[in-house]
Each structure stands twice: as C-alpha cells, then as structure tokens.
Design a protein around this ligand. Structure first.
Ligand code: ARG
Length: 457
C-alpha cells in the first residue's frame, strides 16, 4: 500500500515521520462529515461534466459502504492511512475499483478538511445548545421550587443583603443562555463553504459552489479561496464559546462547593454526585464540582493553544493547521460530560433552609435602615453615615443591629421613630426590590417567566 501522494517520492517515509505526520488517530471521528462532503463533491463533478452520473453513483455507493463500515466499528485501517480523507478514499477505491480515483479531481485535502471540520462544528454547536438547555431547565426547576426562599446574598464573600434561592439559581441561568447564543453565532460563522477552493487557487473545474453549499447545508460560499483554506476563525470562536461555558460552570461549581461546606451548609449534594475519602470515613467530597472547576482550565488552554498555533501562519494552508482539531474535540468531550453532570447535580441538590435562615442576621438590613431615613427626608449619604454609627454602636455593645434601643437610635438621628421595627424584617427587605431583575417575589415571578420563554426558543 502506498501513499496517495507518493508519486514523486523515491523513498518511503520514515516510520516515525509517518507517525508524526498522521492525524488518523483523532480525525477518524470526522468520517461522517468527510463522506457527506465527498458525496456532494461527486455530484458537483457531474454538474461540471467531469464524472458521468453512473460513475458518481458508483462512487457514492462505495462511500456509503465505507460509512457503514465506520458506523459499525469495523472499518479496517491500513498502515499507510494518514488521515481520514486518505483512509476513506483508499477504502472506497478498494471497494469500487479504479473509478474511485476520479473523486479527488479538482479537490484538495485543504478545502476538504476545512469543509469537514466546519460541518463537524455546525453539528457540535447543536449538541452544545441541547446540553446547555438541559442544565438551564434544571436551574429553572430549582428556582421555581424555592423562588422566595430567603438566603444571605454576598459581595466580596461578605454578608451583603438578603436575596432568595430562586434569585440565585436564575443568576446562573442567564450566563448559560448567553453561552447558547454564542454557540448559535459560532454555527453561523462556520456555515460558509470552503469546498471549491481546492489547494489554494480555486478549482480548475466548473463546479457549482452554490449547489455544493445547498447540498451540505452551508448558508454561503467563501469569497476568497486563499482565505477559505486557512480560515480557522470558526474553530477559535467555538473554543471561546466553550471556554466561557467552562468559566460559567466553574463559578457555579465554586459557589456550590462553598455552600456545601460545613461552614455554610446551605446545600447538601446528593450521594450520587459526591464521593468519599479513602482515609477519612466522615468525608463527603464535592469531586464533581471540583473537577468541573478544574476542567475550565483545560477549556481556556484549548483556546490559547489554537490562537497561538494560528497567529504566525503564512497564507494559505500550512500543516500547522492539523493541530486545530484536537482542542475542539477535547472541548466538546469535556463539556459533553460536564454539562449533563451539572444538570444532574442541580436536579438532586437538597436545600437546607434552616441553615440559610441562621445566617440571615440583621446587619444584612443595614441598607434598608438607611433607606428608612431617606424616606424620612435625609439625603442618602448622610443616612449611610448615621446607620454606620448604629452599626458601630451595636458592635461595641456586642449586640445585633435590632437590639439597639429606640432611645439610642434617636441619639444618632431624631428621624428614627417607633415604625423602625418594621424595617427589621427580611420579608420587607425582599419585598422592596420590585425593580426588573430584583429579588422581590413579583419581580422574580416575571424573571422566571422570562427565563422559561428564553429557553423555549
Ligand atoms: N490531515 C490534514 C489536516 O488535518 C489534512 C490536510 C492535509 N493537507 C495537506 N496539504 N497535507 O489538516
């Protein structure tokens, strides 16, 4: 068996070089796209008068048989198969005979691989959106079940203001909605057909590229053949979208790791989603969350790796571009597990309202106390200062904000009256924030509706 490009070579490739050069180990997973692309090309060659309809049908039958062999897992790789393109063509020609040798007329692996890879990315974006939507759905269910359950909200990881579980759960819904949109945009960018660009200068046969685009589900035809074979922007876009998704999952993980700790104790992970320690019998570890947080590093690394590979390439195709596929496959496989795992973890997560309630201490209501003074006519800056004094007083006495007496309050500001006790209610504080996006029950009801509508599209 010899190389498909071996004609001008007097010597066999060094075996290590063959190994170094080959991409078959990882690009075999493009077999389906490669065969679909080749079938369209065969039809295009009929239109260009290169193949007869009968020859094209013979080639297509051969290609379909190769597809079936791959799908059944019994495709026999040959030692000289360098990549998926050469392997498919070699096998197809074995099956149908020398007419198979006509398929590559006017085509190069350069436009072929770009076409295959774009087809793969277009499909992968659909899968990503499905996985994202499933996790978003899990967050919606969790939010709805405990929409108005009060819990402390944090800035700088310090007690800030009361919020609710529903508000918090939905705050992790929207980043994922943006990720879904990003994958949609990546899909649009990928849907531009490079086939027909050939090696670099454009095919010398009158193949109808619009027809090819239509056959393969591309929305446009690349405008410049030199750019077409070297453009991997869509791959970098995909990795950016994946890195952002990973980053969002990582932040959600980090927060749940904290919330499941003994110190917070707001949530309990289901046994099916946590693991034990080989030494300490009492341990229940959030390994799934830690791994999700950890894997965000590799997702960012994949993006950086590809950008670095691309940055210095002279036009047009360079073999460096073969390095484009593994980071995407890795990102896809990583999220293909991380997203469903996170969805399951959210679906089985137990909340501990009593632990949240225990942390709802009155200092979370300090802003509301300042707002009380504002409503009585005091400028906010001044009210902020006055409540600061109340906080200081409470701290000095070692008591809660609510335990400062009315007389003491009045020594700080005359505006404090009997009605101040009404301020010291978590429920009241929550109910004030009716602004769109706020934590009040009415606002959350609307937000939940908006989230459900966003998911339906
Ligand atoms: N395996 C190659 C890749 O993934 C296919 C294109 C090879 N083209 C070439 N001129 N050697 O990029």
């Amino acid at each position: 068996m010899s190389k498909l490009w071996g004609g001008r070579f007097a010597k066999k490739t060094d075996s290590l070089v063959h190994q170094f050069n080959a991409s078959i180990d990882f690009d075999a997973r493009l077999y389906d796209e490669d065969i679909t692309g080749s079938i369209a090309w065969a039809r295009g060659l009929v239109g260009a008068g290169v193949l007869t309809a009968v020859e094209a049908e013979t080639i297509i039958t051969g290609l379909e048989q190769v597809r079936a062999e791959f799908a059944a897992g019994n495709f026999a790789f040959a030692p000289d198969d360098e990549d998926v393109h050469t392997a498919v063509e070699r096998r197809m020609t074995e099956i149908i005979g020398p007419v198979g040798g006509k398929l590559h007329t006017g085509r190069s692996r350069n436009d072929q691989v770009a076409t295959d890879f774009r087809l793969w990315v277009m499909r992968a974006c659909d899968e990503m959106q499905t996985w994202l939507a499933d996790l978003q759905q899990a967050l919606i269910v969790s939010a709805e079940a405990n929409l108005n359950l009060p819990m402390p909200g944090y800035t700088h990881l310090q007690h800030a203001q009361p919020i609710t579980w529903g508000h918090w759960a939905l705050s992790h819904f929207w980043p994922l909605a943006r990720d879904g949109k990003r994958f949609e945009q990546v899909q649009e960018q990928a849907a531009i057909l490079p086939l027909g660009a050939a090696a670099l200068a454009g095919t010398a046969y009158p193949v109808d590229r619009e027809f090819l685009a239509q056959e393969l589900g591309f929305t446009a035809v690349s405008p410049n053949s030199l750019d077409a074979v070297s453009d991997r922007d869509f791959a970098a876009d995909f990795l950016y979208a994946a890195a952002m998704t990973g980053l969002h999952l990582s932040r959600l993980s980090e927060q749940l790791i904290l919330y499941s700790s003994a110190e917070f104790g707001f949530v309990r992970l289901d046994d099916g989603y946590s693991t034990g320690s080989s030494l300490m019998p009492q341990k229940k570890n959030p390994d799934t969350l830690e791994l999700t947080r950890g894997k965000s590093g590799r997702l960012i690394g994949n993006l950086m790796g590809l950008l670095t590979t691309l940055k210095g390439l002279p036009s047009t195709y360079d073999k460096d571009l073969q390095e484009d596929k593994e980071p995407l496959f890795d990102a896809f496989d990583t999220l293909g597990l991380a997203l469903p795992v996170m969805a399951g973890l959210i679906r089985t997560l137990q909340l501990r309202p009593e632990r949240m309630a225990a942390q709802l201490e009155p200092s979370l209501l300090a802003t509301d106390l300042a707002d009380y003074l504002v409503k009585k006519g005091m400028p906010f800056r001044q009210a902020h200062g006055a409540v600061g004094q109340v906080v200081q007083l409470a701290e000095e006495k070692g008591v809660a904000l609510t335990a400062v007496s009315l007389t003491e309050l009045r020594s700080i500001s005359e505006l404090f009256g009997e009605d101040v006790t009404a301020v010291f209610q978590i429920k009241t504080a929550l109910a004030q924030r009716t602004v769109k996006g706020g934590t009040a029950p009415a606002a959350l009801k609307n937000q939940l509706l908006e989230a459900k509508q966003a998911l339906r599209v």
